[in-house]
Unconditional design. Structure first.
Length: 236
């Protein structure tokens, strides 16, 4: 069993279960619409690629990539659980890289409300390390994006604690930000903000290595283990 597989298996038996594992390393092309994403939740994925701006690339063991997003309002992927109750604990983890062109929103809720945002945000200059819980940012919202690979994790204990963790080459040693409320999300959408079921706003040029969702809040030690398992793949 590989180190990554061992970590995933240990969560299944001792802690939060990995319910969505949208990892480009598991693919050799853009996912097929309505196919099942890995993870205990067996969630189907919606893939709209009308303008063919989404692609799969073999870099870093596999990435999902959007280019020329500025003219795009239709190309996105969405999948995942309905955790909008506010009482469901969860963790969302992502490896991502801005490509230096269009500044927009990267990982979003797949509905207009509750709002949810992770990774990149096109606020004037593109911002990174963003974690937005539906009403406020958890951590800074002013870090100007670079074009290196970044990791981010967003946790909610289902009651009164939400944390964000960020990393590049070094594992997080503490939270990046913390709060006491969470709106959650009803599914997740990549590469643009929900406008309606078929279109997006605020599209973004970016690479995504993976999006993973657990049905509980990972501890700092578990987040550090995730970083150790994946850092080499993304050049660290």
């Amino acid at each position: 069993m590989t180190g990554v597989s061992a970590i995933m298996a240990s969560y299944g038996s001792k802690g939060p279960t990995l319910v969505l594992d949208l990892d480009a390393a598991n693919y050799a092309a853009v996912p097929t619409n309505a196919s099942t994403v890995a993870g205990a939740g067996a969630y189907p994925i919606t893939v709209q690629n009308t303008n063919s701006r989404m692609s799969w690339n073999a870099a870093n063991g596999g990435v999902f990539r959007v280019t020329s997003a500025a003219a795009n309002s239709t190309d996105f992927m969405s999948a995942g659980p309905n955790y909008s109750s506010g009482t469901q604990a969860f963790t969302v983890g992502m490896a991502y890289k801005w490509n230096g062109a269009t500044a927009g929103r990267l990982l979003n809720a797949n509905s207009a409300s509750p709002d949810f945002l992770m990774g990149l945000w096109g606020a004037g200059n593109c911002r990174m390390d963003i974690a937005f819980n539906g009403s406020s940012f958890i951590g800074s919202s002013s870090t100007v994006a670079d074009t290196a690979w970044h990791f981010i994790w967003f946790t909610w204990n289902g009651s009164n604690v939400t944390n964000s963790y960020i990393a590049t080459n070094t594992a997080p040693a503490s939270v990046n930000g913390t709060g006491t409320t969470m709106g959650g999300f009803n599914g997740l959408r990549l590469f643009g903000r929900f406008a309606n079921t078929t279109t997006i706003s605020e599209p973004v040029d970016a690479d995504v290595g993976f999006v993973k969702v657990w049905d509980g809040a990972l501890t700092l030690a578990e987040v550090q283990s995730q970083h150790a398992a994946y850092k080499t793949r993304f050049g660290y």
